[in-house]
Design a protein. Structure first.
Length: 333
């Protein structure tokens, strides 16, 4: 029985990813003592919160059988409007999340309606909306960067603050709190709710799901709307982290998020994937990028090395699944 459990564990994509993460961590730890310091881990948790949040949203869209690459524009638009609003009117973080999240949700629903009604591949639709959203933002903002924030926003939120032996203050920051909430909520939706089951069904076989009474439009509205909502939430988190809004700062970021989700084993044709695998994919990208920085590798090589690791990992996973005769259904987490 113990051997059967080990064999089943080995077959999981998450197990392979975990082994890769362990190997990379050991290598970086051996090469630089700075990697396993509290400060570095703390920075990783804060700096990659936005990637984790967006990956959770894209995970659901991919499971539904679609794809959305317009969310970087949604993030920036929501963030830009939010910063302008909180500077003009009194507010707090709840107001900031409501403004940014609502706008992101609205843009996500636009994508869902266009995908459902036009019957055009979602990647074509979202490439179009990506350009439309970005173009409108650049036209209306004239490319102006935003640097001004209210004092309450700059001071931020940190729970359980303490001073470590290195003399720096640490605690549970806003990006960490939001990440925990988003991951927990996404897991609950995909594991415990009927809409989560419908999304898996629609992504697995849209025609069969429609025949048994599942609403394709409902599933798409939820999936794209949820990603839009999280894009708005991620916009607040990014603003909190860097205290700057640049209209073109996230151009190309959709590929990084997509890589993290696909690395985690989520199928780009829908119906298969796991949130746990997605989180491992985010961690893998974070470790690679952080390790390259600590090792002093030129930034020009970062994309090349990251891409090489992604290709190797995905190819290995595809080969193992083909050898096993195809993977039948992943769990949501």
């Amino acid at each position: 029985m113990h051997n059967v459990w080990l064999k089943n564990l080995y077959k999981k994509n998450e197990f392979l990813l975990f082994l890769i993460l362990v190997c990379i961590s050991l290598f970086i730890s051996f090469m630089t003592p700075e990697f396993l310091t509290i400060g570095n881990i703390y920075d990783l948790l804060n700096n990659y919160a936005m990637l984790t949040i967006l990956a959770c949203g894209l995970f659901i869209v991919l499971i539904s059988g679609g794809i959305d690459i317009s969310f970087p524009a949604t993030t920036i638009i929501s963030q830009y409007v939010m910063v302008l609003a909180i500077n003009m009117f009194a507010g707090n973080f709840i107001v900031a999340f409501m403004i940014s999240g609502s706008l992101g949700l609205a843009l996500g629903l636009i994508n869902a309606i266009l995908v459902n009604k036009l019957k055009v591949p979602s990647i074509i639709i979202t490439i179009s909306t990506l350009n439309v959203f970005y173009g409108l933002l650049l036209f209306l903002s004239k490319g102006e960067w935003l640097y001004k924030y209210p004092r309450w926003f700059e001071e931020g939120v940190t729970l359980f603050k303490f001073t470590a032996a290195d003399g720096y203050d640490y605690g549970l920051t806003l990006p960490m709190i939001v990440t925990i909430v988003v991951v927990s909520l996404t897991s609950f939706i995909m594991n415990k709710t009927s809409i989560g089951r419908q999304i898996f069904a629609v992504g697995g076989n849209q025609e069969a799901a429609s025949r048994v009474g599942f609403s394709i439009l409902k599933a798409q509205l939820f999936a794209y709307g949820y990603l839009g909502l999280l894009a708005g939430v991620a916009g607040v988190v990014q603003s909190y982290t860097i205290l700057t809004v640049a209209p073109d700062s996230l151009l190309g970021y959709e590929l990084t998020v997509l890589a993290a989700v696909v690395l985690g084993g989520t199928s780009i044709v829908g119906g298969k994937g796991s949130l746990f695998g997605t989180i491992l994919g985010v961690i893998l990208i974070a470790l690679i990028q952080n390790g390259l920085n600590l090792l002093g590798v030129s930034s020009y090589w970062h994309t090349v090395i990251t891409g090489g690791v992604i290709i190797t990992s995905i190819s290995t996973t595809a080969w193992r699944q083909k050898k096993q005769g195809g993977a039948h259904g992943f769990n949501a987490i």
